[in-house]
Design a protein around this ligand. Structure first.
Ligand SMILES: *Cc1c(COP(=O)(O)O)cnc(C)c1O
Length: 342
């Protein structure tokens, strides 16, 4: 087995139970394009989890989920308010603007990767005239790109502001499971009850599946979405292989165990790294990421020792995964200690 890294939770493998579920679904013929019992089970499980009759669509990537969800709720002349570090802004090659045929992202700089009611209000009020895009939606990431979380109260305040401004609320939940694991509240409390209209619920990073789910709590927004997904090439013919793992891991609870474990490993890594005065922790560690600022020489030396991690947002991002082991954390910290002693 190759060495586990702190590069990204996308580097981790699928959970073995996910692969088993795929294998079990890979038996004989079944109707295609999501019209199958595994997809029906996965949808049922998600409706149970969120305790509401939401509309669910599976697509192959988080980028597609965000882009199609935003295109689905916006007209081409609409804008979407988001954080300057949002994945939709920095890491999707313009997919939302491409799918939305002209939509614009209005970015906001704010601490800890999080929008606030005030920043949303201010951005929405910036331009309302016909020469500018019309603000129509707000997109937040939960967990955020810097590993922080919106609390239930913060989310409710944003939801209320969004509603008052007559906008729509999209959540990029590539790490929604990690958020739920820490907040330890019912899924509805950080989704529709807080005013979320559409959530992109990630499966890939959490080892659950090769697919992510787009969940419309505001069902009227999902009208004709089936056509949009098909046109974009995300109506996967052998859908059962993508949804069987979702169904299985939602049923067994492994999806949440995975997220809890990754978050726990991040907290252990953080507390170990706090022992080194040369290392600064840049953001509160609330999900599965630890952002640090370490001496540049240490960054190089750790890479030379075979560690992979990314330098992002002026620091080093150490990402824990569902399969990160205590011995991985210990090995990394041992190498850091070696540098501190040099
Ligand atoms: C990883 C990630 C995505 C989706 O990425 P894909 O590689 O397209 O699956 C979306 N949002 C955030 C915040 C992410 O970290």
């Amino acid at each position: 087995m190759t060495q586990r890294q702190f590069a990204s939770d996308t580097w981790a493998s699928l959970h073995p139970e996910a692969l088993q579920a795929m294998q079990a679904a890979n038996d004989g013929h079944s109707s295609a394009y999501g019209d199958d019992p595994w997809t029906a089970r996965a949808v049922r499980q998600l409706r149970d989890l969120f305790e509401t009759d939401c509309e669910v669509y599976f697509v192959a990537t988080g980028t597609a989920a965000n882009a199609l969800a935003l295109a689905g709720i916006c007209q081409s002349y609409h804008s979407v308010i988001c954080h300057a570090d949002a994945h939709i802004q920095t890491d999707e090659c313009g997919a939302p603007e491409y799918a939305g045929k002209g939509i614009k992202l209005m970015t906001v700089r704010a601490p800890d990767g999080k929008l606030t009611p005030a920043t949303i209000r201010e951005t929405a009020a910036r331009r309302r005239d016909v020469h500018s895009h019309k603000p129509h939606a707000v997109s937040i990431s939960q967990a955020t790109e810097v590993g922080t979380l919106y609390s239930v109260d913060e989310l409710q305040a944003i939801g209320a502001t969004v509603k008052e401004l007559q906008l729509l609320l999209h959540v990029d939940g590539a790490r929604f499971a990690n958020a739920l694991a820490t907040l330890n509240v019912p899924a509805k409390a950080i989704s529709w009850q807080a005013g979320v209209d559409v959530l992109c619920f990630g499966g890939a990073k959490n080892g659950v599946s090769l697919a992510d789910a787009i969940i419309f709590f505001n069902r009227s927004l999902a009208a004709d979405f089936e056509y949009r997904r098909k046109q974009a090439g995300h109506l996967v013919s052998k859908m059962r292989l993508l949804t069987a793992p979702w169904a299985a891991l939602l049923e067994s609870g492994v999806w949440l165990d995975n997220a809890r474990h990754a978050n726990r490993m991040a907290r252990v890594l953080e507390s170990e790294l706090r022992d080194f005065p040369e290392i600064r922790i840049l953001y509160p560690v609330q999900a599965n990421a630890v952002f640090v600022k370490m001496p540049e020489a240490w960054n190089h030396a750790l890479h030379e020792r075979g560690w992979h991690f990314y330098t992002i947002a002026d620091g080093e991002r150490l990402m824990c995964s569902w399969d990160t082991q205590p011995e991985d954390v210990a090995a990394f910290v041992r190498d850091v200690r070696g540098l501190a002693r040099d």
